[in-house]
Design a protein around this ligand. Sequence first.
Ligand SMILES: *[C@@H]1O[C@H](CO)[C@@H](O)[C@H](O)[C@H]1NC(C)=O
Ligand SMILES: *[C@@H]1O[C@H](CO)[C@@H](O)[C@H](O)[C@H]1NC(C)=O
Length: 362
Amino acid sequence: DSSRGSIMAAVLGLVAGSYEQIIFGYRVKTAEKEWTAEADFTHHTHTASISAVAASQRFVATGSKDETIQLYDMKKRTEHGALLHHDGTITCLQFYGESHLLSGGEDGLMCVWSTKKWECLKSIKAHKGHVTSLSVHPSGKLALSVGTDKTLRTWNLINGRSAFIKNIKQNAHIVRWSPDGDRYVAVINDKVDIYKLETASVTGTVTNPKRISSLKFLNNSILAVAGDDESVRLCDVDKAEWVCEFKAHETRVKAVDSFSMEDYCVLVTASNDGFIKMWKIHLKELESPTLLGEVNTSARLTCLAVWTPSSEQQTDEKPASEATTSKELTQVLGKKRRVQIAAEEVILEDESKPKKKKSGKQ
Ligand SMILES: *[C@@H]1O[C@H](CO)[C@@H](O)[C@H](O)[C@H]1NC(C)=O
Ligand SMILES: *[C@@H]1O[C@H](CO)[C@@H](O)[C@H](O)[C@H]1NC(C)=O
């Protein structure tokens, strides 16, 4: 994952949510052989189980069945209030850049939040039924969402409009762009459909033995997949085949995240068995990953995010013009050079509109 680059070991954190309403924060200490995760903080502000967690450099956002999003300021190390807008379980959260947070919920809404004043810039009725997952394109211009209305939708984040709707005939519960943004995957139960952006068509499918709970691209072609069993599997999305499998936990794996070190990748897994584990994976060899370290939270974990203040997200230079088909979107994306700037301008047009809805309680 080139967007994260190599990470200074000293500033790495792990944040996990649980059924027990508690959020666990750990600080990772790296060493040549064994890594340790030291308890850093716990928060108990939610009143129901935690369903989603996301981290930017500054903030950790958590979503819950209690219908709220809670914020933690990682710099000041304080609670930063709640975002009350959704009417139902928060199902997905994703920061893009340092400037925006996207949330999705069982109320069918997808919201775009500014992280400056925590205003809801856009609230879109994205799906009939629940929004189950969303993913922002690495350019910051597009988002994909899936929901319980059997559609996969592409959103133009510049104008907040639906750009492309694909009927996928079944309810997908996870959608994710690859780091290069030239492909994406949609998960339906135990099945991963691999799509090419250019054609918006399925180029391959892999099937996991159990329902899939979480996945993460380790690079643009290797996808780590976890589900309702104790194993994690790596899939080569170019070939649409499994390339590695290992037993990670005693019970089902609920969440995976990863980050890149200089010459290897670290996969972090969280399970119902209470453990968070860190695995070293050499992408070039893809042998059995080795365990770097683990911690017993003694809670039933539901979600996980790696936090690092040095993470950066790439965005393109200029906002895209309106595009209405997948092909046009490909062209819009294809024209731009990749540069590293803040994602701020992506939503700029919206900020000038008087339609702003204030719903942050803070
Ligand atoms: C990702 O890792 C695989 C496995 O080593 C490698 O073959 C492939 O070239 C890598 N892909 C990219 C896009 O870096
Ligand atoms: C994890 O911690 C809990 C609570 O301290 C303990 O009961 C449990 O046995 C531990 N699990 C393992 C595998 O050590």
